[in-house]
Structure formats: structure tokens, C-alpha cells
Design a protein around this ligand. Structure first.
Ligand code: ADP
Ligand code: MG
Length: 251
């Protein structure tokens, strides 16, 4: 041990912001002495750990910013439990290339078919690819938009939302919006058009959207933009929750 040298080294590592190296360099140095490692091996092991740790921290940060209701992946989604779904298309979307192309995804299906699960899983995959993601319930986003309009921060909120590579809008159609809310949501979606991706989950076929938006022409314009560059995933089958509870009852 050379306390002065270690103190100096630690101060360098601190200035360079290399905390993982600071906590590991002595241990790895001892291991390197016993193994057949040269200086460059030693350096690359240290660097690798710093990079891995930094990536893990960045992912954790992106996941917390995204505010998923629960973190779920595609690995826990049982495709065989769904009567009808384009599995290939879903797996392909998990590579997040659609975000590069600013394309949208619309997941359509009845309650309990795994729409929120899939939207979350695709969002988590995007975080793993380094994308900035934000998950909202549609009602939650409308509330924020309305509030921002009321306190004159709508433009600022729009700008902040545009910084996300992907915004998930969960549950469009369960709660009808006020006319003002529908219009703000329309503005939000129009602003994103060809500038950022959206994933929308809904229980409604497109024919039913005008009713929740309360405006036929605006809805037509919205659907025109949303579906221009869009992957539509239809899910059909029986509610997963319902099936699970039936299984439990049988037992
Ligand atoms: P939806 O949003 O379509 O109403 P959810 O995604 O909330 O449905 O799914 C309801 C519950 O069932 C969740 O806990 C979800 O993880 C689970 N689930 C639904 N479909 C599947 C599936 N195919 N495989 C595994 N879990 C599923
Ligand atoms: Mg849902």
C-alpha cells in the first residue's frame, strides 16, 4: 500500500468521473498479480467494468424516467395464450428500428389481452437500445396537457415531450375525453407526426375513435397522420386475467 499515491489516484479518478475504477482498481490489481495478466489486460478489465456499470446506470435512469406502471418484458409474454396476434411482427418491433423511422404502433384488442404488457415490453426494449421513452395513460397525458394549457406552459410541455423518442399512450377509448382534452391530444399527436414515435393501445376499432374524440373531422385527420407510418397489431382472444382466474377456481 502506498497511501499517498492511492489518494492522488483516487482524486484523478474522481475528477475524470470513473467511480467503478476507483472502487475496483486495487482488487483487480491483486488478481492480476496472481493471474498471467499484463498491464493492458489490467487496464481493459477496469475499463470494461466502468463501461458496463455506466450502461447499467443509464438504463436504470431511462427506465425510471419512462414511468412504466410495472416493468415487463416480452420474455414473460405467452404468445400461445393469445388466439390471434402477429408474433413475428411484435418480435421484429422489439428491435426498435421503427423509432429510427419515427413510425407508430397501434395495439388493438379487448380488455385483458396483454396490450399494456406488450406496450410496456416494447418500451423497455427501446430503453435498452438507449431510447428516451415516456409511458402515459391517455387520460393521464390529457390531464397534463389540460393543466399546462391552464397555466400557460403548454408549449413548454410539448417541447419536453418531443424530446422523447417514444411516447406510449395506454388505454385510448376507455374514458371519453372532454372536447378540449380531445383537441389537445390531437395537437400533441399532430406535433409528433414524423418527429417521434407513438405506441397507442386501444380497445376501439378505428370506426369508434370519433366518438371518444367527439369530432369526426379532427379524428379523420388524426387517423390519417397516425396510420401513415404505422404498425397495427390486432390482438384477439380471451382475457388473460379471466383465463387465469378460471384456472385458479378449477384448482
Ligand atoms: P390489457 O392492457 O390488454 O387490458 P394487460 O396487458 O393489462 O391487458 O394484461 C392483463 C394481465 O395479464 C397483465 O398482468 C399481463 O401481464 C397479463 N397478460 C396478458 N396477456 C398475457 C400473455 N399473453 N402472456 C402473459 N401475460 C399476459
Ligand atoms: Mg391495459
Amino acid at each position: 500500500m502506498k497511501p499517498e499515491r492511492d489518494l492522488l489516484l483516487k482524486s484523478y479518478l474522481k475528477r475524470l468521473r470513473l467511480p467503478t475504477i476507483a472502487s475496483n482498481y486495487q482488487k483487480i490489481a491483486r488478481e492480476s498479480l496472481t493471474g498471467k495478466k499484463d498491464y493492458i489486460d489490467y487496464l481493459s478489465v477496469l475499463m470494461e467494468q466502468e463501461v458496463l456499470n455506466r450502461d447499467a446506470n443509464a438504463l436504470r435512469h431511462r427506465l425510471s424516467i419512462a414511468r412504466f406502471p410495472i416493468i415487463k418484458g416480452l420474455d414473460t409474454f405467452d404468445f400461445s395464450a393469445v388466439e390471434e396476434i402477429n408474433q413475428q411482427a411484435v418480435l421484429q418491433l422489439a428491435n426498435s428500428d421503427y423509432i429510427e423511422r419515427k413510425e407508430n404502433i397501434i395495439l388493438i384488442g379487448a380488455a385483458g389481452l396483454g396490450k399494456t404488457h406488450l406496450a410496456t415490453a416494447l418500451g423497455v426494449s427501446a430503453c435498452k437500445k438507449g431510447k428516451r421513452v415516456r409511458f402515459y395513460t391517455t387520460a393521464g397525458l390529457i390531464n397534463e396537457l389540460v393543466e399546462s394549457k391552464d397555466n400557460h406552459s403548454f408549449t413548454r410541455l410539448q417541447a419536453r415531450l418531443l424530446k422523447f423518442d417514444l411516447v406510449v399512450l395506454d388505454e385510448l377509448g376507455y374514458i371519453p375525453f372532454t372536447a378540449g382534452g380531445g383537441e389537445l391530444l390531437f395537437q400533441f399527436c399532430s406535433e409528433r407526426y414524423e418527429r417521434g414515435s407513438l405506441i397507442i393501445t386501444t380497445n376501439l376499432e378505428f370506426g369508434g375513435w370519433a366518438e371518444v374524440f367527439g369530432n369526426e373531422r379532427m379524428t379523420a385527420a388524426l387517423l390519417d397522420r397516425l396510420t401513415h407510418r404505422c404498425h397495427i397489431i390486432q390482438i384477439k382472444g380471451e382475457s388473460y386475467r379471466f383465463k387465469e382466474s378460471r384456472k385458479r377456481r378449477k384448482k
